[in-house]
Design a protein around this ligand. Structure first.
Ligand code: S3P
Length: 172
């Protein structure tokens, strides 16, 4: 079976953007990022969009942009961490991409994101326990959406990227 794209999903701080950038540099994939497209289209940061228009508006824009991106081919689509919250997004992804879930422990996510200011969903819960709670809330959705999961804890980006490409090859 062939699918047109590779989609990277997973919680904030699981390395989606870094792995996507590596797949671009090392393997020549075109990379598109839902968050970056939203920021570009709106001309403001994710935090500012949440502050001014609220989460529902952001989720609507995210779904619209994902639908556009899923029409393309040969891309790595790096998805915002909340993409799995809407079933329609998951259906769209599964029709056009191998859906790869990147995982990490709450401790790792905390370490990777502790200085961040552009993650509205972490406001008031940027602790290991807060991250663990939100991760647990979303776990079933991430797992249901994914073709397979790749652990990122303590692993170099090239090893993660190689595992993704190898496992997709096995399924094709
Ligand atoms: C979100 C994750 C963020 C961004 C927004 C909401 C989430 O993307 O889309 O802040 O709900 O998990 P990253 O996963 O790239 O941080």
């Amino acid at each position: 079976m062939k699918r047109d794209n590779i989609a990277l999903i997973g919680f904030m701080g699981t390395g989606k953007s870094s792995v996507a950038a590596y797949l671009n540099q090392a393997d020549g994939y075109t990379v598109v990022e839902t968050d970056a497209r939203i920021v570009q289209a709106e001309g403001q940061s994710i935090q500012a969009i949440f502050d001014r228009y609220g989460e529902a508006y952001f989720r609507d824009r995210e779904s619209q942009i994902l639908a556009e991106l899923c029409r393309g081919k040969g891309q790595v689509i790096s998805c915002g961490g909340g993409i799995v919250l809407r079933d329609q997004n998951v259906e769209q992804l599964r029709q056009s991409a191998w859906v790869v879930l990147l995982s990490a422990t709450p401790e790792t996510v905390y370490e990777r994101l502790k200085g961040t200011k552009d993650r509205p969903l972490l406001t008031g819960r940027n602790t290991v326990a807060g991250i663990a709670d939100l991760m647990e809330e979303r776990r079933a959705k991430y797992e249901a959406a994914a073709d397979f999961t790749v652990d990122t804890d303590g692993r170099p980006i090239p090893a993660i990227a190689q595992e993704i490409l190898r496992r997709i090859k096995e399924m094709e």
